[in-house]
Write a protein that binds this ligand. Structure first.
Ligand code: HBI
Ligand code: FE
Length: 294
C-alpha cells in the first residue's frame, strides 16, 4: 500500500494477496474465518522488548491527546510489559462488553472482517513490526490492532457501534456500498476526533497508535477539522500513506452510534450519483475547528 490507493480496493484483493504471499502474515494455517492460533510462546524476548518500547513511547503521548475513555481502558489492560495474550484480554473484554479478540494473520477479506465485527469478535493481527518500522508500518500489526483498537472495545456504546458497523458492512457488500463504509471506518474508528470539556481529543486507532499523527491531528494548522456528518464522511476520499488532510469530529460515542444507525441504502444511491470529494475538501458552508492547545 505505498500509493494513495483507496484502502477498500486493497482489501478487495486480500484473498489474492494472502495466497500470493504479498501480505506479511502467514495465512497457511488460517481457518475459514481467517482465524489462527496466536502462538504467544513463539514471541521472542527481542519482540517483547520492542513492544515495551512502542508502548512506552505511545503511552506518554496520550495525556491531553487521547480521549479519557481510551486512556482509562488502556491502563486497565495492563499490557505494557510485553505482547499481550489475546485469550486473557478476551476474558476481561467479554465480561465488559461481550466482545472477544480473534487472532488473524493480518488483513482479512471485507466479508470476513464484517462477519467478525457483526458477531462481536475483533480481529487482532498476531505479528509485530520490525525495529526499523518503529515509526511507520504499511499493514496493521499487533501493536496497531491491540494498542489502537482494543481499549475502546471496553466502552459499551463504542462496542455496540462497532457491531452495528459490522452488520452494516455485510449489508453494504450486497449494495455495492463497501467504499462508502470503508471511508466511514477510516474517518471514525481509525482517524476520528471527539470533543471533550478540555478540547478536541483523538479516539481513532490509526492516530492513537501513531507516534506523529497523535500530535499533528490536534495541533497542526494544516488539516481541516469538521463536525462529523455520515454522508459527508462517506463521500470523502482518504489517504492511506500520509497524515490525514481532514479529521471529522464527533460530540460523543452516542452521537456516532445514533448517526450511523439509519439505513444507508438511500445515501449509497445518492453518493453513486455524486463525485467523491478529495481528502482536502472544505465545502462553502463548512468551517474548520480551531486547533487544540495542549
Ligand atoms: N482486516 N485484519 C483486518 N483489519 C482491518 O482493519 C480490516 C481488515 N479487512 C478489511 C478492512 N479492515 C476494511 O474493509 C475496513 O476498513 C472497511
Ligand atoms: Fe485499524
Amino acid at each position: 500500500m505505498n500509493t494513495a490507493v483507496d484502502q477498500a480496493a486493497f482489501f478487495k484483493t486480500v484473498e489474492e494477496k494472502s495466497e500470493s504471499g504479498a501480505l506479511r502474515g502467514d495465512y497457511a494455517l488460517a481457518d475459514a474465518q481467517y482465524v489462527v492460533a496466536q502462538n504467544w510462546d513463539a514471541y521472542t524476548p527481542v519482540q517483547h522488548a520492542l513492544w515495551r518500547k512502542l508502548y512506552a513511547r505511545q503511552a506518554q503521548l496520550l495525556p491531553g491527546r487521547a480521549c479519557d475513555v481510551f486512556i482509562e481502558s488502556l491502563n486497565a489492560l495492563d499490557a505494557a510489559d510485553g505482547i499481550p495474550q489475546f485469550d486473557r484480554t478476551s476474558d476481561a473484554l467479554f465480561k465488559a462488553t461481550r466482545w472477544r479478540l480473534v487472532a488473524v494473520p493480518g488483513l482479512v477479506p471485507d466479508q470476513t472482517f464484517f462477519e467478525h465485527l457483526a458477531n462481536r469478535r475483533f480481529p487482532v493481527t498476531v505479528w509485530l513490526r520490525e525495529p526499523h518500522e518503529f515509526d511507520y508500518i504499511v499493514e496493521p500489526d499487533v501493536f496497531h490492532d491491540f494498542f489502537g483498537h482494543v481499549p475502546l472495545l471496553f466502552n459499551p456504546v463504542f462496542a455496540d457501534h462497532l457491531q452495528e458497523y459490522g452488520k452494516g458492512g455485510l449489508k453494504a457488500l450486497t449494495l455495492d456500498g463497501l467504499q462508502y463504509l470503508a471511508r466511514l471506518y477510516w474517518y471514525t474508528v481509525e482517524f476520528g476526533l471527539i470533543r471533550s470539556p478540555q478540547g478536541l481529543r483523538a479516539y481513532g486507532a490509526g492516530i492513537l497508535s501513531s507516534g506523529g499523527e497523535i500530535e499533528y491531528c490536534l495541533t497542526s494548522p494544516h488539516p481541516r477539522r469538521i463536525p462529523f456528518d455520515a454522508e459527508r464522511v462517506m463521500r470523502t476520499l482518504y489517504k492511506i500513506d500520509s497524515y490525514q488532510e481532514t479529521y471529522f469530529v464527533i460530540d460523543s460515542f452516542e452521537q456516532l452510534f445514533r448517526d450511523t444507525a439509519p439505513d444507508f441504502t438511500p445515501i449509497y444511491q445518492r453518493l453513486k450519483t455524486l463525485e467523491a470529494l478529495p481528502a482536502d475538501t472544505l465545502l462553502a458552508d463548512e468551517v474548520s475547528e480551531g486547533i487544540a492547545y495542549i
